[in-house]
Design a protein around this ligand. Structure first.
Ligand code: MF3
Ligand code: CO
Ligand code: CO
Length: 252
């Protein structure tokens, strides 16, 4: 669970490369493009420009190189022929492997101009991620992260998805510990310098319940309400945290 200095350096490299994919794809996320096309562009960039492996491809049978989750889709959407249209919101989730180590990050994109509700949900979910990240320091617990995210989301009359969570990350895509986005202050294990994990809250505009579609991957809200998610890979440092997948536009 604790990474040494050499491993941390590799995690920094992998995290930074994952962030570059989200920066690159931004210009392509426009009305009229299919999610399959976004997958193709990311796949080529990851393999040819970055010389990385796209971790989702063939992971437990997942057929594509990125996840694309639109509107009421919560996570793990499979890129396909569906065409993005004005007012859609889409999460693109990228995980790359470089030199044996994983970097995992996702962001929300607006397709055209968003509705007022969609913008509110997307911004609030980013804020939930930021709040979670700012909780990270040695001695804080996993429950502290989850509690801070949950209290913030619910104060804003939105709900936190329970079935999926953040995760330790390193040589493996999903390692211990699980990082829940809800919970009680002081519960769970204490964070220690050198741990690397993701925080990736999924926040629904309506109720928290989700269901799995027959494709066995795509998760959607039961009540069909909009859902948003943002994800970063985080390192616990001596004094707090480092965001390994931070983009230049971000000040966290
Ligand atoms: N990137 C997702 C996560 O944040 C996992 C996707 S698994 C896949 O943990 F198989 F769907 F790619
Ligand atoms: Co993740
Ligand atoms: Co991810």
């Amino acid at each position: 669970m604790i990474k040494n200095a050499a491993e941390i350096e590799k995690m920094r490299v992998a995290g930074n490369l994952a962030s570059k994919v989200l920066i690159m794809i931004e210009d392509y996320v426009k009305p009229g493009i299919s999610t399959e096309e976004l997958d193709r562009i990311c796949h080529n960039y990851i393999t040819k420009q970055l010389d990385c492996i796209p971790a989702p491809l063939n992971y437990r049978g997942f057929p594509k190189s990125i996840c694309t989750s639109i509107n009421h889709q919560v996570c793990h959407g499979i890129p396909d022929k569906r065409i993005l249209k004005k007012q859609d919101i889409v999460n693109i989730d990228v995980t790359v492997i470089k030199d044996g180590y994983h970097g995992d990050t996702s962001k929300m994109f607006y397709v055209g101009k968003p509705s007022i509700q969609a913008k509110r949900l997307v911004e609030l979910t980013y804020e939930a991620l930021s709040i979670g990240i700012k909780t990270v320091k040695p001695g804080a617990t996993i429950g502290d992260i989850g509690n801070n995210i949950q209290v913030f989301a619910e104060k804003n009359h939105c709900s936190v998805v329970r079935e999926y969570c953040g995760h330790g990350i390193g040589k493996e895509f999903h390692e211990e510990p699980q990082i829940l986005h809800y919970g009680k202050r002081g519960e769970g294990i204490e964070l220690k310098e050198g741990m690397t994990f993701t925080i990736e809250p999924m926040i629904n505009f309506g109720k928290k319940e989700v269901k799995l579609l027959p494709d066995n991957w795509t998760v959607v809200t039961k009540d069909h309400s909009l859902s948003a998610q943002w994800e970063h890979t985080i390192l616990v440092t001596k004094s707090g945290f480092e965001v390994l997948t931070k983009r230049p536009e971000e000040n966290i």
